[in-house]
Design a protein around this ligand. Structure first.
Ligand SMILES: Nc1nc2c(ncn2[C@@H]2O[C@H](COP(=O)(O)OP(=O)(O)O)[C@@H](O)[C@H]2O)c(=O)[nH]1
Ligand SMILES: [Mg+2]
Length: 332
């Protein structure tokens, strides 16, 4: 029987994937259990949620007692409109890509394992930013488990392969094999498995790097033959900059967010420096929540300036769906 999961459930599920601490995880799981449609088709899912809740309670208790925060390894706070994590074998050009798309200055070197810890950087896109996280390489012998938490908390994974060298394409299958041994997988879309909520898929782009080197076309053809992947694919040269703007745009577009500028009733102008971003389909109510939890509770109406509305400053209710670049003035 199909589970017919509701949008409310899916929202709770998305939050769960981004949970950074055991407490947060517990809160999201309880919300998921509350929101899950209660019928035969979701029996298994409900049982799993209950099991996860009791485990999360245990972990949260443990964290409180020992004073340890979280269990996902070194924490990198999510920032910006979303997060994309860069993974791949050694020397794929992961750090070079981070250096190219952000202001971060990771070490880029022609030998493996230069990157030992995940490192974030902020990628500008128009007037917003997206967090990119560079990671240590994944090989048959080396796998930093912190990568799993990062992938789960990401909106997108950039799976990189070096198509400039024969070793480069050989390094890709072990990355997938290592991940397939875990419950953190790469996919075409981001979702939790409906049968097993522990199994998480994160949307992935395949990024083929070093197309400035000769013979890359043959290697791409070979790679597609022995390692067919149906991920959206980009061919770039991180060093020379080829294909980077297309990739930058696709990374932002994949987040599927809209921008909204807030304006105080007492001010003439909106705050155009720092837009909030929210998932496409988000409402005025969601904006109020982003500004402040209390504001969501006391929200009365908002005046909205939008290309989707004829009159500027129209009064709208909480269920108004935000369009990109709307200006809103919330009244509580
Ligand atoms: N020819 C070429 N070399 C690159 C490119 N991107 C990175 N490299 C080189 O590949 C090596 C590994 O790059 P790095 O970013 O450290 O790889 P990482 O181990 O995946 O982080 C360095 O010597 C880089 O200069 C590229 O687009 N073309
Ligand atoms: Mg590196």
């Amino acid at each position: 029987m199909p589970a017919n999961l509701t949008p409310q459930y899916k929202k709770a599920e998305a939050e769960y994937r981004h949970a950074q601490t055991p407490e947060d995880e517990l809160r999201c799981l309880e919300l998921m259990l509350r929101e899950i449609p209660k019928h035969k088709g979701t029996d298994k899912l409900q049982a799993e949620l209950k099991a996860k809740i009791s485990k999360a309670k245990h972990e949260s208790e443990h964290a409180r007692k020992t004073g340890k925060k979280g269990h996902h390894g070194p924490q990198i706070q999510r920032q910006g409109a979303g997060r994309a994590t860069i993974i791949g074998g050694p020397n794929a050009g992961k750090s070079q890509l981070l250096a190219r798309l952000t202001r971060a200055t990771p070490e880029v070197a022609p030998y493996p394992f230069t990157t030992r810890e995940p490192q974030p950087g902020m990628m500008p896109w128009e007037d917003v930013t997206v967090q990119l996280v560079d990671t240590p390489p994944i090989t048959a012998d080396f796998f930093d488990p912190n990568i799993l938490g990062l992938i789960r908390g990401s909106d997108l994974v950039l799976l990189m392969a070096d198509v400039g060298n024969d070793d480069g394409i050989d390094a890709l299958p072990p990355v997938l094999e290592r991940l397939n041994l875990t419950k953190t997988r790469l996919g075409n879309q981001t979702h939790l498995d409906e049968e097993d909520i522990g199994l998480s898929f994160t949307r992935t782009f395949l990024v083929l790097n070093k197309i400035d080197l000769p013979g890359y076309e043959d290697r791409i053809a070979l790679l597609m033959e022995f390692c067919p992947l149906d991920f959206q694919t980009f061919s770039i040269s991180a060093e020379h900059g080829t294909g980077l703007e297309e990739l930058r745009n696709a990374i932002y577009q994949s987040l599927d967010v809209v921008r909204v500028y807030t304006k105080l009733p007492s001010k003439k102008e909106a705050d155009f420096d720092r837009p909030f971003t929210l998932k496409r389909g988000g409402t005025l109510h969601d904006v109020a929540e982003l500004v402040h939890r209390d504001l969501a509770a006391t929200f009365k109406y908002a005046r909205v300036w939008s290309t989707s509305l004829v009159a500027p400053g129209t009064q709208m209710k909480g269920d108004y769906v935000i369009h990109d670049k709307d200006v809103v003035e919330i009244h509580a």
